[in-house]
Design a protein around this ligand. Structure first.
Ligand code: HEC
Length: 107
């Protein structure tokens, strides 16, 4: 009898682990971004408004390419937002550094 109780706990526990694994992060967008290539972060987060290559998208976001924007300035804009640009404080640490560097070098 005890064997069956133990077995069912094992099965239920296994099912729970599988469930948590599958549904671990339903809100990818809001996950804290602390690492990653600048290009990847730019494509995921900035391109929608600033264009795939930073060329700008009319009223959504102005052009960023070819301007060698200072890292500190870009980081500040991301952290605090600016006029119609929302603050994106979930981008931090290495990710913030990488995306600022990427924007700075957009040809
Ligand atoms: C929801 C749209 C949107 C998103 C997403 C967005 N931006 Fe912006 N961004 C804007 C707008 C609009 C402006 C212009 C703000 C203004 O009027 O001063 C702007 C301005 C900027 C500026 C200042 C440019 C200048 O001319 O001084 C920088 C730098 C910048 N964005 C970088 C980024 C980066 C890097 C990301 C991604 C991490 C990003 N933005 C995501 C809309 C967006």
């Amino acid at each position: 009898m005890g064997k069956w109780v133990a077995a069912s706990f094992l099965v239920l526990g296994g099912a729970l682990v599988v469930f948590l694994f599958i549904f671990r992060n339903p809100k990818q967008e809001e996950a804290l971004l602390t690492t990653g290539e600048g290009a990847v972060i730019f494509a995921q987060t900035c391109a929608a408004c600033h264009g795939e290559r930073g060329e700008g998208r009319r009223e959504l976001g102005n052009p960023l390419r070819g301007r060698a924007l200072p890292l500190a300035y870009t980081k500040e804009v991301i952290r605090r937002g600016r006029n119609r640009m929302p603050a994106l404080p979930h981008i931090r640490g290495e990710a913030l550094e990488n995306v600022a560097r990427y924007v700075n070098r957009l040809p």
